[in-house]
Design a protein around this ligand. Sequence first.
Ligand code: UDP
Length: 253
Amino acid sequence: MARRKKVYEGKAKILYEGPEPGTLVQYFKDDATAFNAEKKAVIDGKGVLNNRLSEFFMTGLAQVGVPTHFIRRLNMREQLIRSVEIIPLEVIVRNIAAGSLSKRLGIEEGTPLPRPIIEFCYKDDKLGDPLVAEEHIIAFGWASQQDLDDIVALALRVNDFMSGCMLAVGIKLVDFKIEVGRIWENDFPRLILADEISPDSCRLWDVETGKKLDKDVFRQDLGNLADAYTEVARRLGVLPTNSAPVTRPTLIN
Ligand code: UDP
């Protein structure tokens, strides 16, 4: 059913024109990809879970004063968001060594970092989202020094909020990725949190057992990805603890 004009289709989400100028509808697909889309699968219910979880985190962040693009959830798979100019960077915040940091620097996975570390990758699938330095970002005009200062402050606030949120339900926030967008208010630019925050873009480990509850379950074939995301949603109270699987729409909307 083609109701709206598609503006953009990514690996896990589709953006449609929104009902008002300056808005978009963000649709969460069930598609999972890893290793720059070399590994692909359709995971029943993943989109529904990520829509709910991203709503949960973005709403909480707004409540503590972090500006986000989220306006409201529309239905099981869609949310209304503000249209932004995306800064072409993946902003990664790390609390514990894992993934590419461990590989790159030879630091054993699971080693707590002395302080949160922020990294920037240039958003370009063809190049595999390479790690870049502030020098590159400023020299090539992807963001200004002031933007970077604002992005770092925003990323650290997201980290504090998310770490607390997750720890309260027995989960360690190992690392995560955010994207930031620019909006214009009365001719003044402002940077806000965009894209999504979900277990697709975080590493989440159970505090007690170390069990992975994020996309590494898919990357490393550790089990059922939807079960892991459902566990996160249930602990956070986003799904009732006794609800049936997310693929049964009537029980979760
Ligand atoms: N991440 C992401 N999208 C990307 C790359 C990374 O959401 O395109 C997230 C990833 O899920 C993890 C964090 O950013 O939570 C750090 O990822 P890392 O650099 O370790 O890359 P990976 O090992 O996933 O290739």
